[in-house]
Design a protein around this ligand. Sequence first.
Ligand SMILES: *[C@@H]1O[C@H](CO)[C@@H](O)[C@H](O)[C@H]1NC(C)=O
Ligand SMILES: *[C@@H]1O[C@H](CO)[C@@H](O)[C@H](O)[C@H]1NC(C)=O
Ligand SMILES: *[C@@H]1O[C@H](CO)[C@@H](O)[C@H](O)[C@H]1NC(C)=O
Ligand SMILES: *[C@@H]1O[C@H](CO)[C@@H](O)[C@H](O)[C@H]1NC(C)=O
Ligand SMILES: *[C@@H]1O[C@H](CO)[C@@H](O)[C@H](O)[C@H]1NC(C)=O
Ligand SMILES: *[C@@H]1O[C@H](CO)[C@@H](O)[C@H](O)[C@H]1NC(C)=O
Ligand SMILES: *[C@@H]1O[C@H](CO)[C@@H](O)[C@H](O)[C@H]1NC(C)=O
Length: 396
Amino acid sequence: MMRSILPFLGLTLSTAAFIHPGALHTAEDFTRINTYLSNQVEPHNTTWNLLTASTYAQSTYQPTPKETVYRGYNGVDSENYPSLYRDTAAAYQLAIRWRITNDTSYADAAINILSSWAASLVAIEGTSDKFLASGLYGYQMANAAELMSDYTGWDSSNKTATGTMLTNVFAAMNTRFMEEHNGQDYYHYYANWDLCNLASLLAIGIFTDNQTMYDYALEYVRTGPSNGALPVFAIANYTESGSEKILTQGQEAGRDQGHSTLDMVLFGIVAQQAYNQGDDLFAEYGNEILNAAEYAAKYNVGYDVPYTLYESYQGPQSVISNNSRGVVRPGFELLSAHYGQVKGLDSYWTDSYRDWVNVNSTNGVEGGGGNYGPNSGGFDGLGFGSLLYRISDDLF
Ligand SMILES: *[C@@H]1O[C@H](CO)[C@@H](O)[C@H](O)[C@H]1NC(C)=O
Ligand SMILES: *[C@@H]1O[C@H](CO)[C@@H](O)[C@H](O)[C@H]1NC(C)=O
Ligand SMILES: *[C@@H]1O[C@H](CO)[C@@H](O)[C@H](O)[C@H]1NC(C)=O
Ligand SMILES: *[C@@H]1O[C@H](CO)[C@@H](O)[C@H](O)[C@H]1NC(C)=O
Ligand SMILES: *[C@@H]1O[C@H](CO)[C@@H](O)[C@H](O)[C@H]1NC(C)=O
Ligand SMILES: *[C@@H]1O[C@H](CO)[C@@H](O)[C@H](O)[C@H]1NC(C)=O
Ligand SMILES: *[C@@H]1O[C@H](CO)[C@@H](O)[C@H](O)[C@H]1NC(C)=O
């Protein structure tokens, strides 16, 4: 079975059961978060207040599920994918709110969103952008479902239906994208396309206890042949004078900074999900994800970085792109928390970009879906990292 899916990877199949909840967040995370909140520690308290004020975190939230979602105008069907990213953000924010408060009105609102999409969604269409929808909203919906996985009020057939929908609609497209790249060669699609689809396979594998799916994505990140795989993503390493740290130029540095920061946000999601199952992608290739985050972060907070010409599928990119330099994109809280706080490594530039994003955000903390505008870019990450990942030394 695995050979026919991905014959070029040497897979080691593990037999250990999955930890639940265990995609982006574990039960221990919520114990820590609740301790901070009961002591009104910052920035957690302020981030919690931002979350509870969110349009997407209200128990009255009503989803608008579709039978077919369209992302990218194909000349015939109107795009309707904002329904999917809004409802998915809501399912996630409500699930977080339930886990922190135990108030079942949030749990019921979250599973209502998930179950109603499970009852209606059959396909994602549009242009090639449909594969961004399968990746981004796949990992997000699976994370919402995973947070709800131990809610006893979730009707078991509706929970199963949610897993089946995630597998048959999202994961099927995720796998197809990783295998076929929409009919293009391995270099055609920039890294973020792979990364969101890999994040989705990991999350759906965890939620549905599908070891085959999880292992496929894990090994693809480690040894795969296309731009989102760790060995392909790193274009060049540089030693930073002074710190003597390695900074790694990522695959989208010459394209634009919106995407080069998105790559790091998605790598963080991929690695956090695996880490919570005992697989430390963060550490691999000499902490490549940190080194690449440091490079992207340093440039985006206003410092120059070295650059090596990159031959993209669109032609040579001979200078780093200043397009959207300094973009305000949530997601670096996770990277700072893991590398700087959990591992105790030098994450100076990653922390600087995290802070840059926060000072430019509502209330000076990392927000989530709904806090960064109405368009899809504001919903690419799940956010609220200043609550969910930040470790405070102040308390203990
Ligand atoms: C924490 O948030 C609450 C609102 O939920 C607010 O009343 C309180 O002042 C905040 N605590 C601190 C220390 O800022
Ligand atoms: C929520 O429930 C869990 C498990 O029953 C318990 O450990 C936790 O303390 C509760 N949290 C709150 C905020 O009541
Ligand atoms: C299952 O989900 C459907 C679709 O949202 C809903 O109409 C139904 O009430 C749910 N069933 C139960 C038992 O909760
Ligand atoms: C588990 O994942 C594999 C690979 O994606 C897929 O072929 C298989 O159908 C999945 N199993 C179930 C029970 O959905
Ligand atoms: C960058 O450094 C890492 C860690 O030492 C190494 O695995 C990788 O091959 C290097 N990449 C390039 C492009 O030099
Ligand atoms: C941005 O990059 C272009 C192309 O290299 C360059 O011409 C322009 O001066 C740069 N703008 C700024 C503000 O650095
Ligand atoms: C974000 O904050 C930095 C540092 O305070 C500031 O220099 C920059 O102009 C801000 N960027 C945006 C897009 O608001």
